[in-house]
Design a protein around this ligand. Structure first.
Ligand code: URP
Ligand code: ZN
Ligand code: ZN
Length: 469
């Protein structure tokens, strides 16, 4: 069995910071020992490979619980394949993704999962799992949910209060899915925006000649996110089920989550780097540039960012995922020239998340341990992957990042690895970068070189949510 020692780094988990060496045997972490101790020194004898981590952090590989590789959406398809998207994720220090398999309307959850397995199998550079998008709740689907939770193939289910005619479910369907989740342990994830009301505002805006990208943000009014969030919480309360609200962007929606949590409900919230670092200023960039920033929920005015950071500090928000759903500016975002409602919704970011959040550590917004918690540990616990993923402990998968906290980089589409022709963070200077990225004991990235391969990544079965109070 291969042996590797990561020597001399500062090991950071959600709870601890320790100067320790990490011993990897095969695909797993075997032990930790204080740097300089006799035990740690002895690991370097024999044929063990020693990775020098002096002056670096050693953190768990990132867990991005919200990606959309190759998603057919908005009349086109997300531009990262499982191969390109997982490679880019690894470059950025993420070693696990949870993507969304889509139930075709009129079809079974099984059909969606089979299609997603076919896209991902043999192509991923890092480990991956699937949530299921439920676009058509019916008796058969409810039974399928039981079986998927039992087998661990998919233990979380996303429903949409937005996108009428595409993924939308009405309140009755949502309630039925939540009741099933309450019974079988599946976690209901919610895209909380009032899509019916939004569609009225879209129609009115277009009729009045308001067609530029910035109107995407205006019609998707923050109160329609807050209202849907409130409704989702109440429906979950009636059903007795936990609830995970995805891509929270509005301060008023976050206030709904905070209130529910104060009342002791198992209600959780995820936000994304784009809501923490970008704003409606980007949507209003000149010409058609704003199309690069069209996603749903939409970017909000800058003032919302402070509330989201506060929510991350107070644990009213528990997870930062990317909602990585890239569309090229040329040929894809351009589908919406002259009609913002035809701009495919989604932003690239799977490669940038760990570094953007580290910048928040540098800026004093969050602690190092909170960085690891919101980007690695809690997503793993939320979606039943812990302690295999998301932490550094004996027995866990050896998914590790040797992170250089002083490296300075300038984010650019010219140098990123995502298959998309722009960066939402073009020109931004960040301090910190993954130097060595290890997945199940195999080095994928080291010092700017790629050593990984498509097919290394394995499909992960999951437990039910491990974050319930
Ligand atoms: O704009 C977004 N978020 N696109 C991906 C689909 C979704 O709603 O998560
Ligand atoms: Zn969504
Ligand atoms: Zn999404």
């Amino acid at each position: 069995m291969s042996r590797t020692v990561i020597r001399g780094g500062l090991v950071i988990t959600a709870t601890d910071e320790l100067h320790a060496d990490v011993l990897i045997e095969g695909e797993r972490i075997a032990a930790l020992a204080a740097t300089g101790s006799d035990a740690a020194a002895a690991w370097g004898n024999g044929d063990a490979q020693v990775i020098d981590a002096a002056g670096h952090y050693v953190i768990p590989g990132g867990v991005d619980a919200h990606t959309h590789m190759q998603l057919p959406f908005g009349g086109t398809s997300a531009s990262d394949t499982f191969e390109t998207g997982t490679r880019a994720a690894a470059w950025g220090g993420t070693t696990t993704i949870v993507d969304f398999a889509v139930q075709p309307v009129g079809g079974a959850l099984r059909e969606g999962l089979d299609a997603w397995h076919a896209k991902a199998d043999g192509n991923c550079a890092i480990d991956y799992a699937f949530h299921t998008i439920v676009s058509d709740v019916n008796d058969g689907v409810l039974k399928e949910m039981d079986a998927l939770v039992d087998s661990g193939e998919s233990t979380s289910f996303k429903l949409f209060m937005a996108y009428p005619g595409v993924f939308y479910s009405d309140d009755g369907r949502i309630l039925r899915a939540m009741q099933r989740g309450a019974a079988n342990g599946g976690l209901i994830m919610m895209h909380a925006e009032n899509g019916i009301a939004i569609d009225v505002l879209v129609e009115q805006a277009l009729a009045a000649g308001r067609t530029d990208p910035r109107y995407h943000g205006e019609v998707r009014h923050e109160l329609l996110e807050a209202e849907a969030t409130h409704r989702a919480i109440r429906l979950a309360q009636v059903a007795g089920s936990p609830l995970y609200v995805v891509h929270v962007s509005a301060a008023s929606a976050l206030a709904e989550l905070a209130q529910a949590r104060d009342a002791g409900l198992n209600v959780f919230g995820e936000t994304c780097p784009q809501y923490l670092f970008l704003s409606t200023d980007n949507l209003a960039e000149p010409g058609f540039e704003g199309a690069k920033y069209v996603c749903s929920t939409p970017l909000r005015p800058r003032e919302h960012q402070e509330a989201l950071w506060r929510g991350l500090r107070t644990n009213d928000l528990q997870v930062v995922s990317t909602d990585h759903c890239p569309f090229c500016f040329v040929g894809q975002k351009e589908l919406g020239r002259g009609d913002f409602s035809k701009i495919p919704n989604g932003l690239p970011g799977v490669e940038n998340r760990m570094d953007l959040l580290h910048q928040a550590v540098v800026d004093g917004r969050i602690s190092r341990r909170r960085w690891v918690e919101i980007a690695c540990t809690t997503p793993a616990r939320m979606f039943g992957l812990h302690p295999r993923k998301g932490t550094i402990a004996p027995g866990a998968d050896a998914d590790l990042v040797v992170y250089d906290p002083t490296a300075v980089q300038t984010v650019s589409a010219a140098t990123h690895h995502m298959n998309v022709d722009y960066s939402a963070y073009e020109g931004r200077q960040l301090t910190g970068r993954a130097r060595t990225v290890i997945s199940r004991g195999t080095v994928l990235v080291d010092g700017g070189s790629w050593h990984g391969r498509a097919g290394h990544g394995a499909f992960l079965r999951r437990d039910t949510c491990q974050y319930l109070t």
